[in-house]
Design a protein around this ligand. Structure first.
Ligand SMILES: Cc1ncc(C[n+]2csc(CCOP(=O)(O)OP(=O)(O)O)c2C)c(N)n1
Length: 617
């Protein structure tokens, strides 16, 4: 029996295969994906859902001349396998291995480095516009999920594409799911289009009937025209996209390779932007993922038979601590509401969403809206807690500045995954939030270092009638030791005399470990938990500067524009030597968190080495 996956050279050979062969290949691809991702971890369910779409795209288009842009890019595994990365696929998401997202540095078939959602139509429109200006000739296809389509950026692009009439194809991969079930009016509307065969058949009949009604002539006819317009809204699929200026085709079965290829061929011949609506099942072909697509959206290594994760968690994550604390706070204060941008599970708000249905809001992949929506609620007397990953909060910067800080509204930003996140890599590390938030007027910013200080930070934010940002990392929360948090005060953890390590958040444990290593070399290091990024504990800082010959600042964020640099500037008149430790001025690749900390000298031994060199100088 032929082994399609390993015996062929892709994607050229794929273009020569007939539909039966492609179907056999789809089985091999799914089997390979499940086995491989069970070892590396990764975004399995999204990739299983687009096997046929990916095959049809590479069969129908002359990639890499024709351009494919994968929105988010987490579903691009099949594309990677079919474009020369089959052998390396076992290195997926590992340090030095291939990325879990498209990377132009990895392959000419990857046209753009993606990772954040909803930008594929903008990118595609930009590429198509450049093509036209340069007089080139190729196709551009943006592949976007129904979750990503909830992002406003996608609509800004559709609006622009519709009016510019640029030739491009937008392929909607509609599986009814974002990470969890998709939410919002758009999702309802897509659901109505694809609900039942009967519905589709009825609409076809009505559409045929309508096309026979004349729409020119006297007032009677124009009355009919008006009625026709109204009925059109009720029955024509994809009216929203048509009205925006795109030709809508669909719905098409996104697991039928032949139907997909025929649709794509048809789309190529149409002038202006074409919107193809393909319906798929997330996790298709692996029953565990079909049943729990949210669990298999992004998963660590797992056992294929049971579908259970291979490694057990060692305790509550920071996200779980946050979620539990919000249940407590909400029970005591009816003004508290929580907001998530399509990440309720990830940020730990699942239980809150179930218990307080009317006080939890999943706004879709719409971070900017999430923040301004919270500002509106805060302005009207509520106490919103907006939980968003550090990297995705970048999308909402203007809203934080203008709609929250300028108005001095009591919105708390619960910034999850702050710092290095590991295997998701460059697009997902949360290394900039300290730099972009720490200078905002009215903002209080904290970096708790264990479960108790996170809880106390949340208590404190509730009592402050102003914007608050609380950043905490990915991973298991350290156990607290009963320390009390006071606004604007750092917390001394260990006395020393040769050097003091002033650390924030996840760097506190590394600092304590580094101090132990230094002690082995006879260096007596003190450790202070900085805790407050704003207001900074100036008194504590000047005291440290008067007691120690050297201060080492440690933050899980970029050094450039970080809190360490602020401290250095404040002590410019002092004799105390200052060393800033944090992430360098470049995008950090993927790999496990521990590997990256070690690689960049941010683990205990790297810190100890830097300090020894600093003291020797
Ligand atoms: C700006 C931004 N916010 C949040 C995310 C996290 N995220 C990654 S994939 C995803 C859901 C995407 O759903 P959809 O586009 O329908 O793709 P599917 O996984 O269902 O195939 C989310 C919320 C992101 N990548 N970018």
């Amino acid at each position: 029996m032929s082994n399609y996956l390993f015996d062929h050279h892709f994607p050229e050979d794929l273009r020569k295969m007939d539909y039966d062969e492609l179907e056999l290949l789809s089985y091999e691809l799914r089997d390979f994906l499940i086995q491989s991702v069970s070892k590396t971890g990764g975004h399995l369910a999204p990739s299983l859902g687009v096997v046929e779409i990916t095959l049809a795209l590479h069969k129908s288009f002359q990639t890499p001349v024709d351009k494919l842009i994968w929105d988010v890019g987490h579903q691009s595994y099949v594309h990677k396998i079919l474009t020369g990365r089959l052998q390396e696929f076992e290195t997926l998401r590992q340090f030095g291995g291939i990325s879990g997202f498209p990377k132009t540095s990895e392959s000419e078939y990857d046209t753009f480095d993606t990772g954040h959602s909803s930008n594929s139509i903008s990118i595609g429109l930009g590429m198509a516009t450049a093509r036209d200006i340069k007089g080139e000739d190729f196709h551009v296809v943006s592949i976007i999920g129904d979750g990503a389509l909830t992002g406003g950026l996608a609509f800004e692009a559709l609006n622009n594409a519709g009016s510019s009439r640029t030739n491009m194809i937008i392929l909607l991969n509609d599986n009814g799911m974002s990470i969890s079930r998709n939410t919002g009016g758009l999702s309802r509307s897509l659901g109505r289009i694809t609900s039942t065969d009967k519905y589709i058949h009825t609409k076809t009949q009505i559409k045929k009937g309508l096309s026979k009604v004349p729409i020119i002539g006297d007032s009677v006819v124009s009355g009919i025209h008006h009625a026709k317009e109204n009925i059109k809204y009720a029955v024509i699929d994809g009216i929203l996209f048509e009205e925006l200026g795109c030709k809508y085709i669909g719905p098409v079965d996104g697991h039928d390779i032949k139907a997909l290829c025929e649709t794509l061929e048809h789309a190529k011949s149409i002038k202006g932007p074409v919107f193809i609506h393909a319906v798929t099942q997330k996790g298709k072909g692996y029953s565990k993922a079909e049943q729990n697509p949210n669990v298999f959206h992004g998963i660590g290594p797992f056992d294929v038979d049971s579908g259970k994760p291979v490694s057990k968690s060692k305790g509550d994550s920071y996200s779980a601590v946050f979620g539990k604390k919000m249940l407590d706070l909400a029970a005591k204060d009816k003004r508290i509401v929580t907001v998530s941008a399509a990440m309720a599970d990830g940020v730990g708000l699942k239980a809150f969403a179930t218990k307080y249905k009317n006080r939890f809001f999943d706004v879709g992949i719409a971070e900017g809206h999430a923040v301004t929506f919270a500002a509106g609620m805060a302005n009207s007397g509520l106490k919103p807690f907006v939980a968003i990953y550090s990297t995705f909060l970048q999308r909402a910067y203007d809203q934080i500045v203008e709609d929250v800080c300028l108005q001095n509204l009591p919105v708390t930003f619960c910034i999850d995954r702050a710092g290095i996140v590991g295997e998701d890599g460059e697009t997902h590390h949360g290394l900039f939030d300290i730099s972009y938030l720490k200078n905002l007027p009215n903002m209080t910013m904290m970096a708790p270092s264990d479960d108790e200080t996170l809880e106390q930070a949340l208590d404190l934010s509730q009592s402050i009638d102003a914007p608050c940002a609380i950043r905490y990392p990915r991973g298991t929360a350290r156990r607290g030791d009963g320390r009390r948090l006071e606004i604007g005060k750092s917390i001394p953890l260990k006395e020393g005399k040769d050097v003091v390590l002033w650390a924030y958040g996840s760097m506190v444990q590394n600092a304590l470990d580094a101090a132990e290593l230094l002690a082995e070399d006879g260096i007596d290091a003190g450790v202070i938990d900085g805790m407050f990024i704003k207001p900074l504990d100036k008194f504590g800082l000047y005291k440290a500067a008067s007691e120690y010959p050297m201060i080492v600042t440690l933050e899980d964020g970029v050094v450039a524009g970080g809190i360490g640099e602020t401290m250095k500037a404040m002590l410019s008149d002092h004799d105390t030597k200052i060393i800033n430790i944090g992430w360098p001025d470049r995008f950090i690749q993927h790999g496990s968190q521990s590997r990256l900390f070690a690689e960049y000298g941010l683990d205990a031994s790297g810190i100890a080495d830097t300090i020894k060199k600093g003291l020797a100088r």
